[in-house]
Structure formats: C-alpha cells, structure tokens
Design a binder for this molecule. Structure first.
Ligand code: SF4
Length: 363
C-alpha cells in the first residue's frame, strides 16, 4: 500500500479566472484578466524533476492556481506528467472548464485512481452564470472516470440566507452536503476569520454542515503553533512557474529544484513556525507536519459517505482513501531532540526579517 512520503503544495501563479466571486481577492484587485505567466519549464520536465527518486517516495501533490487552476492549457500535461511518476495528485478547481475535464478523463485508469479534485462551490457565481448543471456534470464526469472528488464551500456572510437551498442542491447532485472551509482575511498579520459574526455565531451557522474539515480548521484557527514542525522536510511549498521550493508560506529563501534535474533537493525542517497560525491546517496538520499533534487523517477533510437505495458509496474512491489515511510519520524518521532545538533557533533567526516585513505590509 502506498504511504505518503511528502506533501508538496504547488502554486501556479496565474490569477486569471472566469468567475467573479465577491469574497475573492482576485476580484477585489481586478486581477482576473491578467496575462498567464510563461512556464519556464515544460510539463515533461516538471514531471521528471518531481520523480519519486528525487522526492524520496510517493508524494501527495496539491495543485492550486491563484485564479482558476485549470485555465492554463498546459495544466492537463502537468497533471499527467506528475501522475506518471506514481504520485497522488489533488487539483483545486472551480469546476467550470469542461474541456479540461474531458481531456483529463482520457488519462489511463491507473492514473485517475490517484487523482482527486477539490471542487470549490462558488454557489452565487454558478447561479449568476447559469453554470450549475455544467459544474455538477463535471464532478460526475471525473467520478465516473475513476477520480475522487470533494465539494467545499467558502463561507461568507452574504450566503447565510441561502444555507438551506445550498444543502439541498448538494444533496440532489452529490448525495451529501458540501464541506466547509474557513474564510480568512489575508490582508492582516493575524489572518483572522473573514466575517462580521462572532466566533460563536460563525461556528453555530457554518457548523450546521457537520463538516470535519470545518471542525478541525476552527479548532486550530488562531492557535499559534509552538511544537516542532517538519515543514521544509516532510512538506513543502512549490512554485510551478519558477521552480522555487520553500519550506512553507511566506518563508525566507528557497531553492530552484527545476534548474538542475539531478541535483539533490535539500530537505530540512523549519521546526519554528513564524506565522500567527497554520491557516491550512486541514492539509498540513492532518497529514502530520507536527506529528505529536493528535489530528484526524486528511481523508476526513475530503470524504463524504453517500447512502442511496441502501448502498454506501464515498466521494473519495478506494485507492485514494487508503493513501489519504496515511500520515507522514509512517514514512519518515523524526529528528533527535538536539537537532530539533538547533533548527528551531536557526529558523527563528532566519525568518525574523519575514516576520517584520509581514507586520509592516499587513495591518
Ligand atoms: S505549522 Fe506553520 S510552518 Fe508548519 S505547516 Fe503550518 S504554517 Fe507551515
């Protein structure tokens, strides 16, 4: 059985998007029509540099654009070439670019079993643009082809009146209600929840979806992590356009892992977390970047059980279910106490200027 060796969160720095969600910073900054950046490395090279040999084993690769991930045509080949290496891939998408799903559905079955989609449910935009049927048809297309999916909504205050109808649309189309994330205000250093509700009201309102993802995110949101974090070794943050791999978000330095294919990648844990909280804890912390932290498995953040005519099925399909139930500590060795202490101090000093920069540029 495949176990996760590393979790690599990849960003594709293109802000282009075909939707105009009110709560999205791309809309607020009018960036949805910006030119797509030119890829410095071909999809074939991207696949090769991310070989199992180089990454140390079978990895979980997450791909998310700054705008809609599947707008760049080359994304289909990038996904194909990463799957070719034997990794498991998760794509974050708004689910509306049908021609990309049609192309991906033609991948070999063995690839599709290791592929999953996180469909972001932009309810109001799908209604405004009359795209609801197309959205759910694309989910069905990928599931029938053998891939897994999860449906997730970004809570915002303007949607509260529509919660009942949103749940019904989910039940009618995918047999269970969507998962719920936590909207954050990234313009502030503390990265607070983006809402006018109190924390208690927010939990009461969006907790009605009974989403493990929402529960876990809320339990870690705003909690400064003081434990030793293996980001930088067991997890990483990769820019697919430039090839720069960093230990985590807003961290100092980075290494270009695309430039020299055979150069070994230096994996070293940060230990120290310089952010006010781990805002993507549903991925990093459930996979086990902080192994001493008791957390549910990542599968719980994505799956839903559907019962129809007495039969049970899951949004996440069997092979993916097993993989998403594994933790990073199962394939990696923990550091000695001395090494942990040394790295914590080293990275506290190294990332101090970044901390100051974030304090100055955000409010
Ligand atoms: S705890 Fe901090 S360093 Fe570790 S994964 Fe989360 S944000 Fe990154």
């Amino acid at each position: 059985m495949d176990k996760v060796k590393r979790f690599i969160d990849c960003t594709y720095t293109a802000t282009k998007c075909n939707l105009r969600c009110q709560y999205c910073y791309i809309t607020q900054e009018n960036k949805w029509n910006e030119e797509l950046p030119k890829l410095k490395y071909s999809p074939e090279i991207i696949g090769e540099v991310l070989s199992q040999e180089r990454l140390g084993g079978v990895c979980h690769i997450n791909i998310c654009g700054l705008g809609e991930t599947l707008i760049p045509a080359e994304m289909v080949d990038i996904i194909y070439n990463i799957l070719k290496q034997g990794h498991y891939v998760m794509i974050i998408t708004n689910g509306t670019i049908t021609k990309r799903f049609e192309a991906i559905a033609k991948f070999p079955k063995e690839y599709l079993e290791r592929l999953s989609f996180k469909f972001s449910f932009h309810y109001e935009e799908l209604l405004r643009l009359n795209m609801m049927d197309k959205f759910f048809a694309n989910i069905k297309r990928m599931y029938d082809a053998g891939a897994s999916f999860s449906l997730e909504i970004t809570p915002h205050d303007g949607l509260i009146d529509k919660i009942d109808e949103i749940k019904q649309v989910c039940l009618d189309n995918v047999g269970a209600v969507c998962h719920v994330t936590v909207a954050r205000d990234a313009s502030k250093t503390a990265i607070p929840i983006l809402t006018d509700l109190s924390k208690e009201e927010y939990i009461k309102t969006w907790g009605s979806f009974d989403s493990d993802m929402f529960r876990f995110k809320m339990s870690t949101f705003g909690v400064k992590r003081k434990e030793f974090c293996y980001a930088g070794d067991w997890t990483g943050y990769l820019n697919l356009v430039t090839g720069i791999l960093k230990p985590c978000y807003y961290t100092y330095g980075g290494q270009n892992i695309f430039e020299y294919i055979n150069k070994p990648i230096k994996f070293e844990a940060m230990g120290y977390c310089h952010l006010s909280h781990c805002y993507n804890s549903h991925a990093f912390l459930t996979m086990g970047a902080i192994p001493e932290l008791d957390s549910p498995v990542y599968l719980k953040m994505r799956d839903r059980v559907v019962v129809k005519d007495g039969k049970e099925s899951h949004w996440v399909q069997p092979k993916m279910r097993k993989f998403l139930s594994t933790k990073l500590v199962e394939s990696n060795k923990e550091y000695t106490k001395g090494r942990k202490r040394f790295l914590k101090v080293k990275n506290f000093v190294k990332n101090f200027p970044v901390k100051v920069y974030l304090k100055i540029t955000k409010n």
